[in-house]
Design a binder for this molecule. Structure first.
Ligand SMILES: C[S@@+](CC[C@H](N)C(=O)[O-])C[C@H]1O[C@@H](n2cnc3c(N)ncnc32)[C@H](O)[C@@H]1O
Length: 311
C-alpha cells in the first residue's frame, strides 16, 4: 500500500474512520495509525502536536481541559500556558522521539516536515526531529496579535507574613513595573525539517517533485518569509461551524504552508488533526489528505468541517 488514500475508491464511513478518494481520516491514536503507512509514501507532514504544557500532553483530554481551563482560563492557579515545569519538555521529547522516527520513515526523500511547537519547548521538538535524521532547515514563526500575560508581585508581597507594613510598601514601590519573565507572546514557532534528498535538488525533484519550495507563494505579495503574520481573528470568518477546540489553526496559515511545500495531488499528513484545519487547507488546495485524531469529539468536528468546508 503506497498510502491508504490510493486504495480508497469509494466512501467508507464508520464511527472511527471516513475515507474517500481524496482523504482518509481516522479517530485513532496516531502512534498506532501511522504503522499502517508505507515507507516513503507521504509527501509532506504539517502538524500541531500536543503542547505538553498544563495537561495538554499525550493524554490531552477535552473533558479534563474544560474542567481545568473553563471560564477563568486558569489551570492549577495560573493562566493557561504559564505553569513552569521542566519535566514538561522531557515528556514532550519522550513522546516525540518515536513519532519523529515514524515521520522520517513514511516521508519521501526531500519531503518537508513542518511541526508547530510552543516557544518554551521548541528545542525539544527540534531535537526529536534532528535525532530521527531530519535536516533542521529553519525555524518558522506564526506571528499573531498576542496578549500580555506577565504577573506583578504586589499580591504576594501584601500576603507575606514575614514583612512589616513599611517593608511591603517599600518593596511594592521598588518593583513597580517589574513582572514575571514573560514577554507578550506573539509567535508560535514551527520546526522546518526536511528528510535528506536523493542526489541533488534537481535529481530529487525529477524523482519525487519534492525538496524545493515554491517562492511564488506569498502571504503579502513579497518573497515568502520565515515569519508568517496571520491574525487569529481570521479563524472567525473561516468557518460557519462552531469549532469547539482550544487551539484551531487558521486555515489560511496552513494553506500557505501547503502551497509553499507541496504540489497539487501530493499527500499531506496531519497525525494530530484536532478540528481538521490542516485537512481543509490541503483539500482546498487540491492535495490529498490523511489525518488522525484520538479524541472522538474532535474527530467528529473535523469530519463535519471537511464535509462542509471543502469546496
Ligand atoms: C494542538 S491540537 C491540534 C489542533 C489542530 N491543528 C487544529 O487546527 O484544530 C493537538 C490534537 O492532537 C490530538 N492528539 C493528542 N494525542 C494524540 C494521538 N496520540 N493521536 C492522535 N491525536 C492526538 C489532541 O486531541 C488534539 O486535538
Amino acid at each position: 500500500m503506497t498510502a491508504r488514500i490510493d486504495s480508497a475508491q469509494n466512501i467508507k464511513d464508520s464511527n472511527t474512520q471516513f475515507i474517500t478518494s481524496k482523504f482518509s481520516i481516522y479517530n485513532q491514536d496516531c502512534t498506532e495509525g501511522l504503522k499502517a503507512l508505507s515507507n516513503n509514501s507521504i509527501d509532506c507532514i504539517i502538524t500541531d502536536p500536543p503542547y505538553f504544557i498544563d495537561g495538554m500532553g499525550s493524554e490531552w483530554n477535552d473533558t479534563n481541559l474544560k474542567t481545568k481551563a473553563s471560564k477563568s482560563g486558569v489551570i492549577g492557579g495560573l493562566p493557561v500556558g504559564m505553569k513552569f515545569d521542566k519535566a514538561q519538555g522531557e515528556r514532550l521529547q519522550e513522546f516525540m522521539n518515536p513519532l519523529a522516527n515514524e515521520f522520517y520513515r513514511i516521508l519521501k526523500p526531500g519531503g518537508f516536515c513542518i511541526v508547530f511547537s510552543q516557544a518554551r519547548l521548541y528545542h525539544r521538538m527540534a531535537m526529536s526531529l534532528d535525532l530521527a535524521g531530519f535536516e533542521i532547515r529553519d525555524m518558522l514563526a506564526w506571528k499573531y496579535e498576542g496578549q500580555a500575560k506577565a504577573f506583578s508581585q504586589t499580591h504576594f508581597i501584601k500576603k507575606d507574613k514575614n514583612l512589616t507594613q513599611a517593608q511591603k510598601e517599600s518593596l511594592i514601590k521598588e518593583l513597580e513595573g517589574y513582572k514575571t519573565p514573560q514577554l507578550k507572546p506573539q509567535i508560535e514557532p514551527m520546526v522546518m525539517a526536511q528528510k535528506p534528498k536523493e542526489g541533488t535538488f534537481v535529481q530529487n525533484w525529477q524523482k519525487h517533485k519534492l525538496g524545493l519550495i515554491n517562492t511564488k507563494e506569498s502571504l503579502d505579495g513579497r518573497f515568502p518569509s520565515n515569519v508568517m503574520g496571520v491574525s487569529k481573528h481570521t479563524r472567525k470568518n473561516e468557518s460557519n461551524i462552531k469549532i469547539e477546540h482550544l487551539t484551531p489553526k487558521p486555515v489560511c496559515l496552513i494553506s500557505h504552508l501547503v502551497r509553499l511545500f507541496t504540489q497539487e495531488e501530493q499527500i499531506v499528513l496531519d497525525p494530530f488533526m484536532g478540528s481538521g484545519s490542516h485537512g481543509i487547507a490541503a483539500l482546498n488546495n487540491h492535495r490529498f489528505f490523511i489525518g488522525y485524531e484520538i479524541e472522538k469529539k474532535y474527530f467528529e468536528i473535523a469530519k463535519k468541517r471537511i464535509e462542509q468546508e471543502v469546496l
